[in-house]
Design a protein around this ligand. Structure first.
Ligand code: FNR
Length: 189
């Protein structure tokens, strides 16, 4: 089963993005294993810290290395991505020449109460992670508008049409990871 490192760009205990990630995890049961690297203990990015890298930074880079794929679940803050996510992406991309994101199959999703469901933030994020050589899945796009009761306390998506759409997304993501994992690449080479 492929391991997916899930980067939720919110530290709130009641984060709707964390809840959405957990709902996706439930739909992916038996297909994908989700792990949630700790973004909250990372210091603000500072190049000087590479002289003696904090344990949280080394752990983040290990977590990315150990994953078959990366999934970004982003809130939208002021029409862009939150600093929690940017900060983690900065750390993962450095030091120069040791970009942990490169060649990882990945996907970007997100949720907000707003009607466009993080579309603008996702657009910014796609541009960033593509530059970092994440092998990004283009479709389906998931702009998830959070509504009361749509995901229940057990992380079940209650609306059948929405659930079917998200099951389709997980199916496509699983295939995408399968096609682009290192094992698949080396078996072709
Ligand atoms: C927001 N929110 C928001 N929502 C949105 O759809 N577009 C936006 O540009 C913004 N901007 C924004 C800025 C800041 C600083 C905050 C704190 C919030 C609302 C946001 O979608 C809402 O707070 C979500 O609940 C945040 O996601 P989590 O933390 O619940 O995962």
């Amino acid at each position: 089963m492929h391991k997916v490192a899930v980067f939720v760009g919110s530290l709130r205990a009641d984060s709707i993005n964390l809840k959405f990630a957990r709902a996706l995890e439930k739909l992916a049961a038996g297909k994908l294993e989700f792990v949630y690297p700790d973004l909250g203990s990372l210091p603000l990015y500072n190049d000087d810290l590479w002289a003696s890298p904090p344990a949280s930074v080394l752990r983040l880079k290990d977590d990315i290395a150990a994953a078959d794929a990366v999934l970004f679940v982003t809130p939208e803050y002021n029409r862009t991505i939150p600093s929690v996510l940017s900060n983690a992406i900065f750390w993962g991309s450095r030091p120069w020449g040791k970009n942990s994101w490169a060649d990882k199959p990945g996907s970007v999703v997100g949720t907000s109460p707003g009607g466009i469901g993080t579309a603008v933030a996702q657009s910014h994020l796609r541009s960033v992670v593509t530059n970092l050589e994440v092998i990004l899945m283009g479709q389906p796009e998931v702009y998830f508008q959070t509504k009361p009761g749509l995901i229940d306390d057990d992380f079940t998506v209650t609306d059948p049409d929405t659930r079917a759409f998200l099951e389709g997304y997980i199916s496509r993501l699983t295939n995408w990871i399968q096609r682009h994992t290192q094992d698949a690449v080396s078996s072709i080479a």
